[in-house]
Design a protein around this ligand. Sequence first.
Ligand SMILES: [Ca+2]
Ligand SMILES: [Ca+2]
Ligand SMILES: [Ca+2]
Ligand SMILES: [Ca+2]
Length: 238
Amino acid sequence: MKTLLALLVIAFASVAQGALIIDFEDIGGDNIAITNQYETSHGVVFSMKMNGVDTLPYSELVGEGDSVNGFLNDQDNNYDQARALIANYGQTDTLGEYFLRAPGSISNTGQVELIVNYILPVAALRAELWDIDAHTNGYEKWLVTIYDGNDNPLASQESPTGIDASDPNSLDSLKWKFEFDRAGVFDVHKMTIMFIGSKTSGVGIAFDRFYVDSIPEPATMCMLALGGVAMLRRRNRK
Ligand SMILES: [Ca+2]
Ligand SMILES: [Ca+2]
Ligand SMILES: [Ca+2]
Ligand SMILES: [Ca+2]
């Protein structure tokens, strides 16, 4: 019986983990509009506003040489990749092959806001924002807010204020991780990541490794429960 329970727990954990993370590795290529690709698999829909106008975020291929870039790695003078000496800053390169950026070239980006709507409310979420830094035209900073079903804010967090990208202690080509945990209460219906820095252009958003803690799908629960019952029956027959 104990073994059976352990097996069920393992089965459940692996199902939940597979469904939890959105790392954009399966998005299918560079420069693809990210909208409802994760609606059925993860229960989330992405959208974006730029300078208050509705638009969509796009997939970005890690590394330079492809068309359109997501962020400038000032420290190493390349695009769309983690700092070469990232380990020296206590971080690891988790970007993989793809992340999410604003549409168009960085030089054309303005006041960016990433919006995530949840089909079913979630109790916890976390993600990474890369390359929060500053240049002569201003600094970058983000406000992450979560909302209830009536669009009322539940909580918010500010990112660090970007400091000059030439400073090794800046978050240039490094990540800032944020997390919200509603302690088991599934009341988060929406998340927004709004630019609140001083730049008016050249704002690069690089978003990745988005975890969604949603209620397991009834179908999955049912299958696991039935599997458990079947195993118990087989055992009892012995
Ligand atoms: Ca990724
Ligand atoms: Ca790229
Ligand atoms: Ca690209
Ligand atoms: Ca940078």
